[in-house]
Design a protein around this ligand. Sequence first.
Ligand SMILES: [Zn+2]
Length: 87
Amino acid sequence: MRIPLLTPKPLACQELVELCTAYLEGSLSSRDRRRFEAHIGACPHCTAYLEQFRLTIEATGSLTEETIDPAARDELLSVFRDWNAAR
Ligand SMILES: [Zn+2]
C-alpha cells in the first residue's frame, strides 16, 4: 500500500535510470519531471548517465534503454550502488 506523502520522496538513482526514457520522451508527469530534474541537479552520476543516454539516442536515432551498452550500464549502476551505500 502506498502511503501518501506531503513532500515527494527523492528519487533513488535506480529509479532515475528507469525514468530516463520517459523523461526524454516527455512522458513523465510534471511531478515526476520535477523530481527527476531535482535529482539530476544534485547527482553527477545521473547527470553523466542521462548525458550518455541522450548521446546514444542521438547516435542511433532510437529511444530504447537497450541502446545503452549493457556493460556501460552495469558499470554505472554499480557506481550508483556504491555511492548510495556510502551515504
Ligand atoms: Zn543519482
